[in-house]
Design a protein around this ligand. Structure first.
Ligand SMILES: CNc1nc2cc3c(cc2[nH]1)N=C(N)NC3
Ligand SMILES: [Zn+2]
Length: 366
């Protein structure tokens, strides 16, 4: 894995990331393809929007279709038919948020499948092995996701276990074809976060993620921890803020030095009719759009905005048509791709601060 800084403005930077299956430029947003597909879109459409790095989940792929099928297919890229870069989250968060967590032990996490209730066990070593065997470009280590709120004591013990698991994950590596990223935990406690960074950066990770945020804490807390941690992570390696976020969150985090993002919002919100536009979010279900024959976002050049009106999209949604999800997802993911493209250009052009101010004025101004 190679990471080369192309331009810097304050803490914000634009870089190129080279992985086994190609390269991408950062700051970048990763569409969520949890089960090996971005819901409602073909890979041709995802690639056509300019995405070259997508996210999938070890927890889900392990349960369905399972390691045996993916390996028999020749790895995850050939199984799902995506020839760009793939990052997999480790399951740490998913077991906490989806699976029925049974027990956290020093050895690993015991959980029940949310699919059929069967019992399973993830160790840090197993997750690294799984990610290497399915051949992803970037694998996240198994971490203990400290919930919010958590007491200082709980966050401390949880962070210390995440550090012990990080060491075991590095030791479990057998190839550099799968880049491995460490995850910073420590709740909302600055000293725990800094202690975690201090220990984690001693390990030869290819990149570092800030975990344990966007888990229900107030926005200001998320920004405070991000601004504290991001600049302290190695400047020559990618920084990934997990599960984030809205256009505003992304701009704040880029300004703090974050390079990579993932969030279900553009895809999940699309399926429930919420569209991101240059003047803020709109909900296409609203009655006021019944005879509004203007596009979702007059400043957007996506297929949906070039061909369809709010009234039509509202009609599709109200009728439960499949195309409602497809057309709304095309717009939202295109909006995010465009935002990241304009962020990269702004950093390279040295006008990111102005871009952020102008974008947010319009986006919040409605
Ligand atoms: C949606 N918010 C969110 N916060 C996260 C935090 C983490 C994560 C995924 C997340 N998603 N994956 C991990 N392995 N650890 C931390
Ligand atoms: Zn559009």
């Amino acid at each position: 894995m190679k990471f080369r800084i192309l331009a810097q403005e304050g803490f914000a930077r634009s870089a190129s990331f080279m992985g086994t299956h190609g390269q991408t430029e950062t700051p970048c947003f990763m569409p969520v393809g949890t089960l090996g597909a971005v819901k409602g879109l073909t890979w041709e459409q995802v690639k056509g929007m300019g995405y070259s790095l997508v996210l999938a989940n070890v927890y889900h792929l392990y349960l369905r279709p399972g390691l045996e099928v993916i390996e028999a297919a020749g790895g995850l890229h050939s199984f799902i038919g995506w020839n760009g870069l793939i990052l997999t989250d480790s399951g740490g968060f998913q077991v906490f948020s989806l699976g029925r967590l049974m027990k956290i032990k020093e050895e690993g996490i015991e959980f029940r499948s949310h699919v059929d209730g069967s019992k399973h066990f993830f160790s840090p070593e197993f997750v690294v092995e799984f990610e290497e065997r399915i051949g992803v470009d970037i694998g996240m280590v198994l971490d203990e996701c400290t919930p919010y709120p958590a007491t200082y004591e709980y966050a401390k013990h949880s962070m210390e276990r995440t550090l012990r698991w990080a060491k075991r994950s590095i030791e479990a590596r057998t190839t550099d074809k799968t880049a491995l990223f460490g995850i910073v935990q420590g709740g909302v406690y600055e000293d725990l976060r800094l202690k975690c960074v201090e220990e984690l950066v001693k390990l030869p990770f290819d990149g570092f993620a800030i975990g344990g945020l966007s888990v229900g804490e107030p926005k200001e807390e998320m920004y405070r921890i991000t601004r504290l941690v991001a600049p302290k992570l190695p400047p020559d390696k990618p920084r990934y803020l997990m599960g984030v976020g809205t256009p505003e969150d992304i701009l704040e985090a880029v300004e703090a030095g974050v390079d990579m993002f993932d969030c279900v919002m553009p895809t999940r919100n699309a399926r429930n009719g919420t569209l991101f536009t240059s003047r803020g979010k709109i909900n296409i279900k609203a009655a006021k759009y019944r005879k509004d024959f203007s596009p979702p976002d007059p400043e957007c050049d996506c297929y949906t905005c070039r061909n369809f009106s709010k009234a039509y999209l509202r009609h599709l949604y109200a009728s439960g048509e499949m195309n409602a999800s497809i057309l709304n997802t095309i717009h939202n993911l295109h909006f995010y791709a465009k935002l990241m493209e304009r962020i990269r250009e702004a950093i390279k052009g040295g006008y990111f601060t102005e871009f952020k101010r102008e974008f947010l004025a319009k986006y919040r101004g409605g």
